[in-house]
Design a protein around this ligand. Structure first.
Ligand SMILES: Cc1cc2nc3c(=O)[nH]c(=O)nc-3n(C[C@H](O)[C@H](O)[C@H](O)COP(=O)(O)OP(=O)(O)OC[C@H]3O[C@@H](n4cnc5c(N)ncnc54)[C@H](O)[C@@H]3O)c2cc1C
Length: 435
């Protein structure tokens, strides 16, 4: 009889792409004794959530925020040696738009914490607070499930969430969670996030801000985990071609042709479509990927003198270019470093990098009285930061028409928008499908 160990020995899996999805799949396989090789085209791991070094300062490709409900992400970080208490600054749910709006969840069990937060929110009239609380109760009653998907804006109109509520509460939440404007965003995906973050345990809505960079937080530890278990991780070695036959797959990289039993393609969607396009059996997956649209995220880092601080580690601005500001001094000990995040499409894309920096510097002066001049700034514009999370989107499944080829990535089928949790869950699913 063939044992499970014998089957595991036969498997020899390639993972193309060392972002959060690919490294999760690699860790899950290596942990079960399955031979795994990661091919990453860049010089470092992490993909869209990777460390960037600039002017001797450790930055990230973009400031990220995790939620307490990102269970799989937190589990996999723990599995490779991360310590959630040490690695993150954990803040109870709070949405603060400086001088305009403030919602803080008290330490009460869910969903009471949220109802009280709505009723005590500053910056909304009583009528608006009741409308928001009533909306949440209605969502709970329907178990956060819509009979038919629609845009977030249409859902808000249906539940009489007026202009002020949209501007101060739902629009910033939707853009932060889905990176898609409310008139384009899927209400069902938004409800999936609200269900997981707001409706179960109070800690699910905690906001987790990493104290270390995004390569160090998981992918670098994951690589060490894989190598310790006899796996291999190659950087600067991208897949150029994938071919398949009944015996397995062959991956061509700059160093030659490598044969494997399976490949988990965890490259970004545009690259994945290019690699799979020559494979006739996978045209349905390729067509789904081709149909995806994308949304940008801009992160502007400003290095001020060390004494410059924001009033808190994270706060929003109302109707400004900067949507969210992060004080990296308070979060990670990088004193004077401020990150301004601008998610989704908008008028900021019409500005030059210098023009955008000037706008943000002026906002910091006007809102917080920061008159110092930054020593430097760095704009990181990710034009294809995430897929555009529109209603009824058809996303490709992790399991394809060919059993030897699987797809991992934040854009693949799942409940979540393009997030670390979506990426990690896809990697877990691919590894489970192979096992
Ligand atoms: C600026 C920004 C801010 C964000 N903020 C948040 C946030 O606050 N919270 C959150 O949850 N999510 C956030 N996200 C989304 C999150 O970063 C992504 O969902 C996640 O990192 C996607 O991981 P992935 O592994 O699916 O893809 P990727 O990270 O894109 O990984 C793909 C990997 O494949 C590699 N690759 C490309 N071509 C090849 C090839 N030919 N061969 C081999 N390898 C190849 C790439 O170099 C990359 O390492 C943000 C994204 C951006 C860009």
């Amino acid at each position: 009889m063939v044992s499970l160990q014998d089957v595991a020995k036969e498997l020899n899996v390639a993972v193309v792409g060392g972002g959060y999805a690919g490294m999760t799949a690699a860790v899950e396989l290596a942990a079960r004794g399955i031979s795994v090789t990661v091919y990453e085209s860049a010089q470092q791991l992490g993909g869209r959530a990777r460390a960037v070094r600039y002017n001797d300062t450790q930055l990230d490709n973009g400031q990220h925020l995790l939620l307490g409900c990102y269970r799989e992400t937190l589990r996999i970080i723990g599995m490779v040696g991360g310590d959630i208490k040490q690695d993150f600054l954990c803040l109870p749910l709070q949405l603060e738009l400086h001088n305009q709006f403030s919602l803080k969840a008290p330490r009460l069990p869910a969903p009471m914490h949220l109802l009280v937060a709505f009723l005590k929110a500053h910056g909304l009239g009583w009528n608006e607070r009741f409308k928001a609380a009533r909306f949440m109760l209605a969502l709970q009653k329907m178990q956060f499930h819509l009979p038919q998907d629609m845009t977030v804006n249409a859902l808000l109109d249906l539940y009489q969430q007026d202009h002020n509520l949209k501007l101060k509460l739902w629009e910033p939440l939707c853009i932060a969670a889905l990176n898609t404007p409310i008139h384009k965003a899927s209400a069902q995906v938004m409800l999936n996030v609200l269900r997981d973050a707001l409706n179960r345990k109070r800690a699910d809505s905690d906001m987790l801000l990493p104290r270390l960079d995004f390569s160090a937080l998981f992918p670098d530890r994951a690589a060490a985990f894989v190598v310790q278990r006899d796996g291999q991780v190659f950087m600067s070695e991208g897949a150029e071609l994938i071919t398949v036959n009944e015996l397995g797959v062959a991956i061509t990289t700059a160093t030659g042709v490598h044969r494997h039993s399976h490949v988990i393609c965890a490259a970004p969607p545009v690259v994945t479509a290019k690699l799979l396009r020559p494979i006739a059996a996978l045209q349905a997956s390729v067509a789904q990927i081709d149909a995806l649209e994308h949304q940008p995220i801009y992160t502007l880092y400003l290095q001020y003198p060390p004494q410059v601080q924001l009033p808190g580690p994270m706060l929003g601005l109302h109707q400004r270019y900067s949507q969210w500001l992060f004080d990296k001094g308070r979060i990670a000990g990088q004193r004077g470093l401020i990150a301004s995040v601008i998610s989704a499409e908008g008028i900021h894309q019409d500005l030059s990098q210098g023009g955008l920096a000037n706008k943000v510097i002026a906002e910091l002066r006007e809102e917080f009285g920061i008159t110092e001049t930054p020593q430097w700034y760095k704009v990181i514009a990710e034009k294809r930061a995430t897929f555009c999370c529109s209603p009824n989107l058809s996303r490709p499944n992790q399991v394809t028409a060919l059993p030897q080829i699987l797809l991992a990535g934040d854009y693949t089928a799942g409940d979540y928008p393009a997030t670390l949790e979506g990426a990690v869950m896809s990697g877990v699913r691919c590894a489970a499908a192979i096992r």
